[in-house]
Ligand binder design. Structure first.
Ligand code: ATP
Length: 276
């Protein structure tokens, strides 16, 4: 059973269409959803959570309909929905009433680890503190799947590093999986097993991260050399007065030395190519 299966997922807004997205997140894995502003990341997450109605396709969460597995999903959206007049302790008490599987000891461990103040009210929290509390709550009710929309936004680099490590530790249990969207590609590069590139509502690519990095490389060459490469070898290119930097498929140019490609570069090249 997969943690998530999206088939032909479609949603139409005026001027935007999420266009038949197919995605599979195997159990025990972390998938990073990368896309520019307005690419459709939040739309996908809201469709998975049943917060908006789909126009086509299907969504299966932990092998079931989302309504039957809500308790097993830990969610962090860009706005953390906690009442402003509550402090960390009070949030813990309320969540204990809401979630059947609330783990108070884990909540206390995480809020301590994330250095959240015990007696300050939520409305007095900084944006980063609000995010940290949302993450602590999402990870304290024995969820099997975490769905995180830009959950590292607003966190400083040290905390971001701690938080992404927490997500990574979460998937040590093979029953646990994570879907995380972020603009901060370096965070995703550190922890994700699978990467999905989304652009203008279309899925450009969804692959295992390591396979993706093995499949492509950067070739530094001249414009003449580039023109002589086999058809389909070049995924994208940047030309300058000094020569050409091209993202190529390794298998198409086996005799050339290539530089390793970073995820961010790969994404930028693919988006530019898709726009051409
Ligand atoms: P960002 O990184 O900026 O958060 P995103 O990839 O999460 O972007 P979405 O929020 O999914 O993007 O938005 C995708 C597109 O859907 C955008 O063009 C947006 O304007 C449109 N959209 C989202 N919600 C609505 C809505 N309720 N009504 C109309 N259009 C909408």
């Amino acid at each position: 059973m997969n943690a998530l299966e999206l088939k032909g997922l479609t949603k139409k807004y005026k001027g935007f269409a999420l266009d038949g997205v197919d995605l599979v997140l195997p159990k025990g894995c972390i998938m990073g959803l990368i896309g520019e502003n307005g690419a459709g990341k939040t739309t996908i997450i809201k469709l998975i959570l049943g917060m908006i109605r789909k126009d086509g396709g299907s969504v299966s969460v932990l092998g079931q309909d989302i309504a039957s597995v809500k308790e097993e999903i830990g969610v962090v959206l860009d706005q953390v929905g906690i009442s402003g007049c509550l402090n960390v302790k009070q949030v813990g008490r309320i969540m204990g009433d809401i979630y059947r599987n609330w783990d108070q000891a884990e909540y206390e461990r995480l809020t301590k680890k994330l250095r959240l103040p015990e007696n300050k009210n939520f409305k007095e929290f900084s944006q980063g503190m609000k995010m940290k509390l949302g993450i602590a709550v999402a990870m304290s009710h024995r969820a099997k799947l975490l769905i995180l929309d830009e959950a590292t936004n607003g966190l400083d680099p040290v905390v971001r590093d701690e938080v992404v490590q927490m997500f990574s530790e979460f998937t040590r249990d093979e029953e646990h999986s994570v879907l995380i969207s972020s603009h901060i590609v370096s965070d995703l590069e550190k922890i994700c097993d699978y990467i999905a590139f989304l652009h203008g509502g279309k899925l450009l690519l969804c692959e295992e991260k390591d396979a993706m990095k093995e499949k492509y490389g950067i070739l530094l060459c001249t414009a003449e050399e580039l023109a002589g490469l086999p058809a389909g070898a070049v995924m994208g290119k940047k030309e300058s007065a000094y020569g050409v930097e091209a993202m190529v498929k390794r298998e198409a140019v086996p005799d050339r030395e290539l530089l390793p490609v970073e995820l961010e570069q790969l994404f930028i090249y693919m988006v530019k190519e898709a726009e051409r």
